[in-house]
Design a protein around this ligand. Structure first.
Ligand code: SF4
Length: 351
C-alpha cells in the first residue's frame, strides 16, 4: 500500500498521540514518595528478613522452590530440572532499556540475568542463558555488590530476571546489599511459574512483580514448556497473590515505578497464547486497571522451528485482535507501547 505524506503525518501523530495521550498519571497512580521505603527495608526494620532468608535456604535441602518440586538437595550439589547449582549463576548485570517506560526511566533498569530456568520453553528468547546455563557462578556477596553497583550508576530498580530457582540467594544478597546502602525497588521478573507457598516467603520483600502469563491452556503449556501442564492454573494463582501483595502499579513524581504489578503477555502465532482467555481472565479476577503489557515481539527462536504452528512471527491481524479483546473486556491500563504498536499495525494494514 502507498502512503502519502499527509497520511504518514496523520499516522505519526496518532502513534505519538497514543504515547502523549497516555500520560504516566493515567496508567499508574502517582504515589507520594516522601517517606517511601523499599519493602525489604521495612521487613528488615521489622526484624523479619533474616528469618525469611533462613526459611528460604532450608528449602534448598529438598528443593521445592518451584512447581517442579524436584526434591533434590542443592546444598549437597544435587541438581534438579532447572540444573541450577546452590550458588547463583549470573549471565550479565547492566542497565537495561527494553522494559516498560516506568521501569527504565532515563537511567535504565538495573537488570541481573540469572542463568538456568525452571520452565524451559521451546521458543525461549534467551536460550543460551536459560537452557544452556551460560554465565558465571558467584557468591551471594557478589550478587549484593552487583546490586549496589547498579544503584550507584543510577539505575531505578534491581530487575531480577528468571529469579525463581535462586530466590534464597536473592533474599540473602538483598539483605547484604541493604546494609551496604541499597534503597531502590526490588523487581521480580518471572515466568509466572511460581508456587504460592514460595511467594508467601517473598511477601513484603519485593516492590514490583512482573510475571508473564504465557498460555491459558494446559496442553499448550505442556507442549511448549517441558510438560508444565499446570502452568496456566499455577500462574493464575501466583498473579492473584502478587496482586494481593503489591497491588496496582504506583509511580513517583518522575514517573518511575515504585511498587505494583505488571503482567506481560506475549501474543503468539495461531492464538497459541490464548490471548482472549487471558484478557477475559484479568478482567474477571483482577482490577480492570491492572497494568497489562500485550507484546508483539514474538520471534522464532531455539526449537520453535520444529513446531510449524509457532515457526513464524505474528501477523498484524493477530496483534490487532489481541488489543481489541483487551478493550472489549474493559482493561483500562494497557502499556502505551502496546497501543502505539497497534497504530503501526493498523498503518501496515492500511486501516
Ligand atoms: S528450582 Fe530447580 S531444582 Fe528446585 S524444584 Fe524448581 S526446577 Fe527443581
Amino acid at each position: 500500500m502507498m502512503i502519502n505524506r499527509r497520511d504518514f503525518i496523520r499516522n505519526l501523530l496518532l502513534m505519538g498521540g497514543s504515547l502523549l495521550l497516555f500520560p504516566i498519571s493515567s496508567y499508574a497512580k502517582a504515589e507520594k514518595e516522601e517517606g517511601w521505603r523499599p519493602g525489604y527495608q521495612k521487613l528488615e526494620d521489622g526484624g523479619k528478613l533474616a528469618q525469611r532468608i533462613e526459611q528460604a535456604y532450608t528449602i534448598f535441602e529438598h528443593c521445592q522452590l518451584c512447581p517442579r518440586k524436584c526434591g533434590v538437595n542443592r546444598r549437597k550439589g544435587e541438581k534438579g530440572f532447572c540444573r541450577a547449582p546452590l550458588k547463583p549463576v549470573v549471565f550479565s548485570a547492566h542497565p537495561h532499556f527494553g522494559e516498560e517506560r516506568s521501569i527504565v526511566g532515563n537511567n535504565g533498569s538495573g537488570t541481573i540475568f540469572f542463568s538456568n530456568c525452571n520452565l524451559r520453553c521451546v521458543f525461549c528468547q534467551n536460550w543460551p542463558i536459560a537452557h544452556e546455563g551460560r554465565g558465571k557462578e558467584i557468591q551471594d556477596e557478589d550478587l549484593a555488590d552487583m546490586m549496589i553497583q547498579l544503584q550507584k550508576i543510577g539505575c531505578h530498580n534491581i530487575n531480577l530476571v528468571t529469579p525463581t530457582h535462586v530466590m534464597p540467594n536473592i533474599l540473602n544478597a538483598t539483605r547484604i546489599a541493604f546494609y551496604k546502602g541499597l534503597r531502590i525497588p526490588l523487581f521480580y521478573n518471572t515466568s509466572g511459574y511460581e508456587r504460592l507457598e514460595i511467594l508467601k516467603i517473598l511477601d513484603g520483600v519485593l516492590d514490583i512483580y512482573k510475571p508473564d502469563m504465557k498460555y491459558m491452556d494446559a496442553d499448550k503449556a505442556a507442549k511448549y514448556s517441558a510438560g508444565a501442564s499446570d502452568y496456566p492454573e499455577v500462574a493464575k494463582r501466583a498473579i492473584i497473590e502478587m496482586n494481593r501483595q503489591v497491588g496496582e502499579l504506583k509511580i513517583d513524581h518522575r514517573g518511575i515505578a515504585l511498587r505494583g504489578l505488571i503482567i506481560r503477555h506475549l501474543v503468539m502465532p495461531n492464538r497459541v497464547a490464548g490471548t482472549e482467555k487471558f484478557v477475559r481472565w484479568v478482567a474477571e479476577n483482577l482490577p480492570k486497571s491492572t497494568y497489562v503489557n500485550i507484546m508483539a515481539q514474538y520471534r522464532v527462536e531455539y526449537k520453535a522451528f520444529d513446531y510449524p504452528e509457532i515457526s513464524r512471527g505474528i501477523t498484524a491481524q493477530e496483534f490487532l485482535e489481541a488489543i481489541d479483546w483487551a478493550e472489549k473486556y474493559g482493561l483500562t491500563n494497557l502499556d502505551p507501547q502496546s497501543v502505539a504498536t497497534r497504530h503501526i499495525y493498523k498503518l501496515r494494514k492500511g486501516g
